[in-house]
Design a protein around this ligand. Structure first.
Ligand code: CDP
Length: 228
């Protein structure tokens, strides 16, 4: 008599949420490399839809997105080509602001959900997945084995984002970046659907005064304990 194959273990998921430029991407990548998991920067999905969908945030933030535009970008989101996530244009703060704008629309979020859930459930390497974003621990992967909420003072985050973009050759002004981050924090935390949320069971880390090495050591040690 043939025995059924043993139940394959579902991939392990680590969820990393936090505001813009808090260090969550760097720490998520470090954990993925350490544990041999695959990494998904979910912000890139929103950025790609904003960029390839040619969305410009309205001057009047309360203005409605035209129904036809919403239908067009939702369609784009539902069939997003992963190759498009590597486009260097996605990195600018202008695209980040447009991403934050379209991220307020529930239909658009729903269209991007499948991509993220699919990645978490079937990561390319099969072992596990680290996803970073705003609603990973709360909405996309509420059952993640480990959840982090990474934050830092907004001035520290603006300085980091300034150095990051400057290093990539973008023309940037610190005061403008600080202004953009404050506006984006407000929009990301205040929207009705899946706002930036610290999951109840998340491990919180404020990286304002930590070196990258110390922050990395902290998350690796915490994740190691929860995964064993
Ligand atoms: O890199 P940074 O932290 O500045 O932003 P990002 O992670 O690339 O995300 C860009 C924008 O997409 C955010 O400001 C959010 O409005 C939105 N986003 C979201 O709503 N949910 C996610 N899981 C990821 C990003």
């Amino acid at each position: 008599m043939q025995h059924p194959p043993p139940n394959p273990r579902p991939p392990t998921v680590i969820a990393v949420d936090g505001p813009a430029a808090s260090g969550k991407g760097t720490l998520a990548r470090a954990m993925a490399a350490h544990f041999g998991f695959d990494y998904l920067d979910t912000g890139l999905l929103y950025r790609a839809v904003a960029y390839f969908g040619e969305v410009t945030p309205p001057v009047d933030a309360a203005a409605e997105l035209a129904a036809a535009t919403l239908a067009r970008v939702t369609k784009l989101a539902a069939s997003l080509d992963p190759q498009r996530l590597n486009d260097p244009h996605l990195k600018s703060e202008k695209i980040a602001a447009a991403a934050s704008y379209i991220a307020t629309f529930p239909a658009l979020r729903a269209a991007l959900r499948a991509y993220q859930v699919n990645f978490a459930q079937t990561p390319p390497g099969g072992l596990g997945a680290v996803l970073d974003g705003r609603d990973i621990g709360s909405v996309i992967c509420p059952d993640a084995k480990v959840k982090f909420f990474i934050t830092a003072a907004v001035e520290v985050r603006a300085k980091r984002r300034f150095l990051e973009l400057y290093g990539q050759g973008h023309k940037v002004v610190y005061a403008a970046i600080l202004h953009d981050l404050i506006a984006r924090d407000r929009q990301d935390s205040g929207r009705q659907t899946a706002p930036l949320t610290e999951a109840k069971d998340a491990i919180r880390l404020d990286t304002s005064t930590l070196s990258l090495e110390d922050a990395r050591d902290f998350v690796l040690a915490k994740a190691q304990v929860q995964l064993s």
